[in-house]
Ligand binder design. Structure first.
Ligand code: B12
Length: 225
């Protein structure tokens, strides 16, 4: 566990407030200050940023936040994450880079949320996977095509909304239809998804966080060897 000094506590509160206020510049400044104080970047993403993102979502759901507020907060989340992810990348010793396997990652059709996907992408990458990022709102056919073309080992699908989760199922159904399901490990994740959902649609793995996503990917790749 990280020792949380009063200064760090104040800074995490400040970061939370600047995200809620949608102040990207301040969020970035405070993120840098937290790092200077020795705060672990992954811990910062997993605790402060993710819990504030949840808080922002709840405000939006309750009607306390308009879409513009949500958008400003999203920008502040990304600004802070940029600082943390950069640090994380620098601090990781990249052993056996790109030797663990190839991952095609995408946010599924109809969904433009990519903050979580980008964290998963970076953590997979610094843990030795080659990652091909197809971006957001990617059609199921494009995902399957890219996976086939690049001879990927893993297809990783992110979905944040109850309405777009079904696109994860669509990708798996398409793989089956094209008789290539057994060529790939499919992992799914994103705010609206669960382990039960992953099992229901026939995915090979699910994870609640990016860190756990890496563990699941490593386990599944090793099992397949
Ligand atoms: C930021 C945000 C936005 C930003 C997105 C910016 C961006 N570049 O991503 C903007 C403002 C653009 C936005 C737009 C919309 N949003 Co929005 N948004 C959010 C918010 C507040 C935070 C999401 C986030 O980044 N969380 C932080 C990250 C770190 O968490 P995460 O994505 O879950 O990722 C972690 C894990 O899930 C996992 N993971 C993620 N992907 C994967 C993939 C794999 C393979 C694995 C294994 C793991 C994994 O690892 C990640 C890191 O640990 C959420 C609220 C919430 N509680 O999620 C609403 C939320 C997702 N949005 C919502 C809605 C409704 C919308 C809009 C429809 C609003 C509108 N009326 O236009 C649009 C959607 C447009 C579209 N077609 O996609 C709803 C969805 C409701 C639902 N359940 O269906 C939510 C839940 C808010 C709410 N409570 O109402 N949004």
């Amino acid at each position: 566990m990280w020792e949380v000094s009063n200064l760090k506590k104040d800074l995490t509160q400040e970061l939370r407030r600047s995200i809620i206020a949608g102040d990207s510049e301040k969020a970035q400044r405070i993120a840098n200050s937290l790092l200077k104080e020795g705060f672990d970047p992954l811990e910062a993403i997993n605790t402060v940023v993710t819990s504030t993102a949840k808080e922002v979502g709840e405000k939006f759901e309750r009607g306390d936040f308009f879409l513009t507020d949500l958008m400003f907060s999203a920008e502040a989340i990304q600004a802070a994450n940029e600082v943390f992810l950069k640090k994380l990348k620098e601090s990781k010793i990249e052993r056996s880079i790109n030797k663990k396997g190839k991952v095609v990652i995408a946010t599924v059709a109809g969904d433009i949320h990519d903050i979580g996907k980008n964290i998963v992408k970076l953590l997979l990458n610094v843990n030795g996977f080659e990652v091909i990022d197809l971006g957001t709102d990617v059609s199921s056919l494009n995902i399957v095509d890219a996976a086939l073309e690049s001879k990927a080992d893993i297809i990783a699908l992110s979905a944040l909304m109850t309405t777009t989760m079904r696109s994860q199922k669509e990708v798996i159904d398409l793989l089956k239809e094209m008789k290539v399901r057994d060529k790939f490990i499919v992992i799914v994740g994103g705010g609206s998804t669960t382990q039960e959902w992953a099992e229901e649609i026939g995915a090979d793995g699910w994870a609640e966080t990016a860190e756990k996503a890496v563990k699941v990917a490593l386990k599944l790749v090793n099992e397949g060897e």
